[in-house]
Design a protein around this ligand. Structure first.
Ligand SMILES: NC(=O)c1ccc[n+]([C@@H]2O[C@H](COP(=O)([O-])OP(=O)(O)OC[C@H]3O[C@@H](n4cnc5c(N)ncnc54)[C@H](O)[C@@H]3O)[C@@H](O)[C@H]2O)c1
Ligand SMILES: [Zn+2]
Length: 342
């Protein structure tokens, strides 16, 4: 695949696997480079990063604000970064999002390199060119599309992740399997123990396969005009229960996938055996299938969803493991599933 004239090289060519952090000096190729990372990632892996200016930002979601972005813009100016410089984001999905946003806006856009260091960032957040910060209480309210020049995935950094972080990444890997790669679900089922124990080789294989699903989809639909929406499988329900039930993102997506699979069965799209298989795989990973949540509050949250159209909401439903489709569903049907699967 060679990508398109409008968007440059194919994503598969931007994502570099099998390279270690030690390849970064070469990739930065003598350009002035500023590393954006957080204190924890720097403490754990900073010794393996190239020399250059380092801008430390808040941990996790707290770095995705316009204030932090503004501070980083000023930091880049202080470091003397110009149009030919490189911004290198090293960290979880939040740092990757912030670095992408800052690189897209500093001097109307400078080169970006990403080094995702969580499983979720390696298989999802660092791929696809979308980046955003939160504002006014809304997640990802202000953002851009900005392609990195490269995404370097070094599985060895995953060895310092905690169990909850791994589980959250695995929830997204199951999502990728559910919408695009049935064989990947088989692999996750077969190797669940090794994956949960943080086995780097197993995690790398799963990250590769899950990322490949996203790469194939964004290469066909980078601007999310159609197919890319199937990557939201489990997320519309998930976001509704994430706040209402106080779950982590991965747990919420797990509940969301279970709900969406059940709805797929009830609408005659999916075999009950496939829905059960998906649910078993999630349980095997220690992920929840149900959330104790206030149904009216969750329905209100769904009603505010961007995918709403009158009394219908577009949801990603499954036709089989590895096959997904966007279907407008009446809110009543959604409410019923939320009720039954509390
Ligand atoms: N742009 C996209 O397409 C896209 C897609 C999915 C998710 N996201 C975003 O990604 C974010 C979530 O990313 P996340 O799950 O990576 O969490 P995160 O970035 O919010 O937090 C990661 C945490 O893990 C720590 N950490 C990072 N690497 C580590 C390592 N190797 N060992 C130990 N600790 C490490 C960090 O210090 C931080 O505390 C959300 O903001 C979400 O919106 C974006
Ligand atoms: Zn997600």
């Amino acid at each position: 695949v060679t990508g398109s004239a409008a968007t440059g090289p194919a994503w598969g060519d931007l994502v570099l696997d099998g390279l270690a952090l030690e390849a970064l000096p070469d990739l930065c190729r003598g350009r002035r480079t500023a590393i954006i990372t957080d204190a924890r990632v720097r403490a754990l892996h900073g010794g393996r990063l190239p020399d250059g200016g380092v801008l430390i930002v808040e941990d996790g979601e707290a770095c995705k604000t316009l204030d932090v972005a503004g501070r980083v813009h000023c930091g880049l100016a202080r470091l003397g970064m110009d149009r030919g410089s490189l911004v290198l984001g090293v960290g979880g999905g939040a740092v990757c999002d912030l670095a992408g946003f800052v690189a897209a806006t500093y001097m109307r856009g400078v080169a970006l390199g990403l080094v995702p260091t969580t499983l979720l960032a390696q298989l999802d957040a660092a791929i696809g060119g979308k980046n955003a910060v939160d504002a006014g209480g809304a997640k990802n309210l202000v953002g851009t599309f900005h392609r990195p020049e490269f995404v370097l995935r070094d599985a060895s950094v995953l060895s310092t992740l905690g169990a909850a972080q791994i589980r959250c990444g695995l929830a997204e890997a199951v999502k990728a399997a559910a919408v695009g790669d049935a064989a990947l679900l088989g692999r996750i089922e077969a190797r669940a123990d090794a994956l949960l124990a943080g086995d780097a080789a197993e995690l790398a294989l799963v990250a590769n396969a899950a990322a490949a699903v996203k790469i194939a989809i964004v290469d066909r639909d980078e601007r999310e005009s159609g197919e890319r929406r199937i990557l939201n499988f489990g997320h519309t329900f998930g976001h509704a229960v994430e706040l209402a039930a106080g779950l982590s993102h991965g747990e919420a997506v797990s509940v969301g996938m279970a709900l969406a699979a059940e709805l797929s069965v009830r609408r005659g799209l999916l075999d009950r055996t496939d829905a059960s298989r998906l649910a078993c795989a999630l349980e095997r990973l220690g992920l929840p299938l149900r959330a104790r949540c206030d149904v009216p509050a969750a329905v209100r949250a769904l009603g505010r969803d961007k995918k709403r159209d009158g009394d219908r909401i577009s949801l990603v439903l499954l036709e089989g493991i590895g096959r997904a489709r966007v279907v407008p569903v009446p809110i009543g049907g959604i409410e019923e599933v939320l009720h039954d699967l509390r």
